[in-house]
Design a protein around this ligand. Sequence first.
Ligand code: 5RP
Length: 260
Amino acid sequence: MDWGMTNRIAGIIAPATGRCLMLAVDHGYFQGPTTGLEKPGETVKPLLPHADALMITRGALRNTIDANLLTPIVLRVSGGTSILQDDLSHEDITVSVEDAIRLNAACMAISIFVGSANEKSTLVNLSKLCDKGQRYGIPVLAVTAVGKEMARDARYLGLACRIAAELGAQIVKTYYCEGFEKVVNGCPVPVIIAGGKKIEEREALGLAYRAMYAGAVGVDMGRNSFQSQWPVAMIRAVRTIVHEGKTDAQAWETFESLRG
Ligand code: 5RP
């Protein structure tokens, strides 16, 4: 692998541990001013010291985040739909690789919609983005988006993750499911889980632990971090699971002591 590509990935997934705690705040690209992200810069400020990478759009980055930030940026480069549509799958590439470079992106993130009406165009877009990433040494994170009608099971997510890796993604982000080890085993690149909708903190810690135990390299929790009443305590507790090998029960103790 090219030096630049390896170096950028090393900034996101710590080479010493092979683990990663990402903070996703890119929701506005199709959800608008998501609860807790009305002012993304203010939301992320206390959380960034505990995150290995920040997943964000170029608009939120340029307008709300201090450019002196040293945290690696995973730049959302797909979009083109909104929650007003029934079908969210017709995304396209919305950011040029030149702009990603200008923003010093460590990685470019794109969603794919396997099984949807727009499966082909999102997979071809992923492939084209991987070509561009290869040209400039920028890794691509493929997000396996799940439509309303699709089952979040190991068969479906395993299929979507494997296709993403086969088409060239260096990292895959997906959802946790029963039998998650099958998803990880069938995917030749590192797998990170998304948190999904806000759930109780104890439950979210259980989700993070089960995903790591099944072989995920990391967690990219957005709403379950920043929508918590105690976001710093939550991200720090998740960090103990990802980087210190703690169980969810131990992380819960950390959470309870930190929330005070
Ligand atoms: C949407 C995304 C988001 O970054 C991700 O889903 C947000 O994280 P969370 O689900 O934990 O709020 O990739 O496609």
